[in-house]
Design a protein around this ligand. Structure first.
Ligand SMILES: C[C@H](OP(=O)(O)OC[C@@H](O)[C@@H](O)[C@@H](O)Cn1c2nc(=O)[nH]c(=O)c-2cc2ccc(O)cc21)C(=O)N[C@@H](CCC(=O)N[C@@H](CCC(=O)O)C(=O)O)C(=O)O
Length: 328
């Protein structure tokens, strides 16, 4: 099992560099930085991290094909690969509606847009001069003057919906699935497999990553409490099919949604129950977390990404994962 770590660049980049270096020293193999317009710039964060680390692979987790033209993303990834000495990975998903509404971007045909963007980016990163007349993406004689160090920069797709998961199976080197519970992979992996088989690919070529809400501490109750705020937001953003899959009380989720809208975090967090915590996070002592990671491995997960909050104390949690969970 590979371990990755996710950071939202919502605190000074210098602090992120410290955490990622600590993660690298504790055996994490991947660092994923989220990409939302309102946080610090994902590529500036990745550049600083690349210059402060030596081994960990790193990339956006995940960007999208709407806020930047595919050639701009390809240029950023090629530059990151050069700065990091060949450690860049490209995590890209369809983006989210809230972002595009706020930026006045029309969310046009996300599956097609993602597929076409990845095709153009891969050609550009391979050093080709690209002319492409797609249903959505169009380029006419574009070429990069910067070459990545890696012959082929791995492309991971951030996906949850069935069509997106199938598409990831068809074209991606990895899939980053925002989920923490085996039931979600029971549903997702057959779809990825369907896409892979349709493209004549094997699942061995695909790194299936659980992009999880993780909270680790020696004190199980402290770990649990630290997961509550993140779980509240995940529950509030989960589609009905996911709530049903986990037998989550829909009325409670509606109450959380309303409370979050009003900024009433006390009510929102106070409404989170154990079923939601089990469904939407991996929390507890290192031994608890090892057991949950083993269950994900049995489902076919090959990378576990420790996502927010990581633990009540990030530094302690990174060390606990490095010492007790990664080697297990
Ligand atoms: C588009 C959407 O795909 P989805 O995979 O469910 O998208 C949900 C999230 O994955 C998406 O919002 C991600 O960008 C969210 N996301 C992040 N989003 C961000 O904006 N920033 C991040 O940092 C980020 C990180 C992240 C990490 C892991 C992860 O799994 C997701 C992450 C969807 O609705 N898909 C459906 C419908 C597909 C569809 O849109 N079909 C269209 C058109 C088909 C076509 O495009 O040709 C249609 O039917 O009209 C499906 O897959 O079945």
């Amino acid at each position: 099992m590979k371990f990755g770590i996710e950071f939202v660049p919502n605190e000074p980049i210098q602090k992120l560099c410290y955490y990622v270096k600590l993660a690298e020293d504790n055996g994490f193999e991947y660092c994923w930085i989220t990409d939302h317009y309102n946080n610090r710039n994902v590529y500036m964060a990745l550049t600083a991290i690349a210059m402060n680390t030596n081994k960990i692979k790193l990339g956006p987790g995940v960007t999208n094909p709407y806020v930047r033209n595919p050639a701009i993303t390809a240029s950023a990834i090629a530059t990151l690969d050069e700065i990091s000495g060949g450690r860049a990975v490209l995590g890209i998903g369809p983006g989210d509606k809230a972002t595009f509404d706020a930026l006045g971007i029309e969310w046009v045909k996300p599956v097609t847009t993602l597929k076409e963007s990845i095709e153009v980016m891969r050609k550009l990163l391979a050093g080709e001069r690209v002319s492409f007349e797609g249903k959505v993406v169009k380029v006419a004689g574009a070429a990069l003057a910067v070459k990545p160090i890696q012959k082929k920069v791995p492309v991971y797709v951030g996906a949850q919906g069935p069509k997106m998961l199938e598409t990831a199976g068809m074209i991606a080197d990895g899939v980053l699935i925002n989920a923490s519970n085996p039931k979600d992979f029971e549903a997702a992996i057959p779809l990825i497999k369907k896409g892979a088989e349709a493209a004549g690919r094997s699942m061995d070529e695909i790194d299936v990553a659980a992009y999880a809400c993780m909270s680790v501490d020696k004190n199980a109750e402290k770990a649990k409490q630290a997961a509550v705020p993140v779980v509240a937001f995940i529950a509030a953003g989960s589609p009905p099919v996911v709530l049903e899959r986990h037998g989550i009380d829909v009325e409670k989720v509606e109450k959380i949604r309303e409370a979050l809208k009003k900024g009433d975090f006390g009510t929102a967090f106070g409404t989170v129950d154990d079923a939601m915590l089990e469904a939407f996070s991996i929390y507890g002592t290192p031994d608890d977390v090892v057991e949950k990671c083993k269950k994900l491995a049995e489902m076919g997960v090959t990378q576990i990404v420790a996502g927010s909050p990581i633990g009540p104390n990030k530094e302690t949690a990174i060390k606990l994962i490095g010492k007790k969970i990664i080697p297990a």
